[in-house]
Design a protein around this ligand. Sequence first.
Ligand SMILES: NC(=O)c1ccc[n+]([C@@H]2O[C@H](COP(=O)([O-])OP(=O)(O)OC[C@H]3O[C@@H](n4cnc5c(N)ncnc54)[C@H](OP(=O)(O)O)[C@@H]3O)[C@@H](O)[C@H]2O)c1
Length: 259
Amino acid sequence: MRLALVGVGKMGRSILEGILRVGVLAKEEIGVYDTPPRTAEIAQEYGVIALRLEDLRQAERVLIGVQPKDIAALAPQITHPNTGYLSIMAGISTAVLSRGLGTRRVVRAMPNLAATIGKSSTALTGPREAEEAGDLEFARALFATVGDVYDLPERLFDAFTGMSASAPAYIAVVAEALADGGVKQGIPRAQALRLAADVLIATGELLRKKHPGVLKDEVSSPGGTTIYGLAALEARGLRAALVEAVEAATLRGHQLGEE
Ligand SMILES: NC(=O)c1ccc[n+]([C@@H]2O[C@H](COP(=O)([O-])OP(=O)(O)OC[C@H]3O[C@@H](n4cnc5c(N)ncnc54)[C@H](OP(=O)(O)O)[C@@H]3O)[C@@H](O)[C@H]2O)c1
């Protein structure tokens, strides 16, 4: 078995779907282990192998997709020699993973919810042993199936988590608030939600080509409507709120690691 997924929730499923969609591994090379009876359901749904805890010793590599709070109890049960481990858990460092799993063959990965549509930005890091054993290369190929992959120094992982991995939630709040603004001015709710989503997608595409400041200036004609809206945003501190959100989430990442 080339890969066992342990903890196949929202993120584990997205990665499994990416792997199968792109075909980097065949169904019979993949096993899944979750809390029963979900293991069998997931295995049946995707046509992969349902695993028992003891089957994990046959896996070349294990992708850990449980919540950070669950790893302390789980780690001793999934520790096997000659296995490489890939973790997507927020806040858990490679040092902690290495200690818990008794190996230096650990890769830390941080995808985001856009993995569900193949548009994640995923950061990767791992020690020399993971590079030498091919675990990092394996992880690059794996996460490339759900979007773009970046090698990132581990000291920036909590910041990456607080910004990129958490950002879909921040932007969802912005979208909902924009729609509320539209509804307040009389636009029907369904239309307002659709407009908010469309403008975020279009702006995201434009931002790949233009600096945010340039884009903002292009929309803001002198004395026009947009600059009045922007002035109201500045008065309410949208920028500061987002900067603080990233900082709070980054600190929470540190905390989760310590817990
Ligand atoms: N969601 C995101 O946007 C996102 C982004 C980046 C990273 N992450 C990280 O990805 C990980 C998973 O997140 P998620 O949103 O996919 O969580 P999730 O939906 O809660 O999935 C976790 C899965 O693990 C199962 N599980 C719990 N204990 C287990 C055990 N001992 N053995 C096997 N399976 C077990 C859970 O089953 P039960 O429900 O029965 O407990 C659940 O199916 C987290 O560590 C998170 O930090 C998530």
